[in-house]
Write a protein that binds this ligand. Structure first.
Ligand code: IMP
Length: 188
């Protein structure tokens, strides 16, 4: 076994979603998005990925969207209060194009307390898009602190810390093709 495979075996516990399960769900989500937007005959859907966790999911999802679309990215940092996000976000890298009067779909990896995303949607709503919807691969509703319901959601998960398929711990594990629970020993 190579050292990386051994590291994963030691640090990742339960595999919540394997590659095939993720691929099937992403396909279903794309079908739903296609079905919702195609009848609107829109000129352009601006798909905004929240860096960096959303990139793996976003690249798989957009290849199945049969709509005229452009992509953009935003990077934010949330001011942490202890282990929780405070709900105040700072833009580290803004989107490159105006979204005023455009249809916008935000792509996130995971919604936890919802504070980060609520602040981000408020920021983007202030730029007066024609519509703004939220798509997340994972959702931890048990941790929600604000009234925020994603329009599209891949999987609901329990309150475990997960990595893989774009999700990280201290910047690592994003390239892992499945989603697994990081063992508490790995970060405590
Ligand atoms: P929220 O403001 O609490 O909803 O924070 C959401 C952000 O926290 C996500 O965009 C992730 O970056 C991070 N996060 C929350 N839970 C996890 C997890 O289980 N694994 C990796 N990152 C997570």
């Amino acid at each position: 076994m190579n050292p990386w495979a051994k590291h994963l075996e030691e640090n990742i516990g339960e595999v919540l979603f394997d590659e095939a399960t993720i691929a099937k769900r992403v396909q279903e989500m794309a079908q739903q998005i296609n079905a919702d937007y195609q009848p609107l005959n829109i000129e352009e859907l601006v798909v905004i990925g929240v860096l960096r966790g959303s990139v793996v999911f976003m690249s798989d999802l957009i290849r199945q969207l049969q709509l005229p679309l452009t992509i953009d990215f935003i990077a934010i940092s949330s001011y942490a209060k202890g282990t929780r996000t405070s709900g105040t976000v700072r833009i580290l890298k803004d989107i490159s194009e105006s979204i005023t009067d455009k249809h916008v779909l935000i792509i996130e990896d995971i919604v936890d307390t919802g504070l980060t995303l609520q602040c981000l949607t408020d920021l983007l709503q202030a730029r007066r898009p024609k519509s703004l919807r939220l798509c997340t691969l994972l959702d931890k509703p048990s941790r929600r602190m604000v009234d925020l319901t994603p329009d599209y959601r891949g999987f609901e998960i329990p309150d475990d810390f997960v990595v893989g398929y774009g999700l990280d711990y201290a910047g690592h594990y994003r390239q892992v093709p499945y989603i697994g629970v990081l063992k508490p020993e790995a970060y405590q």
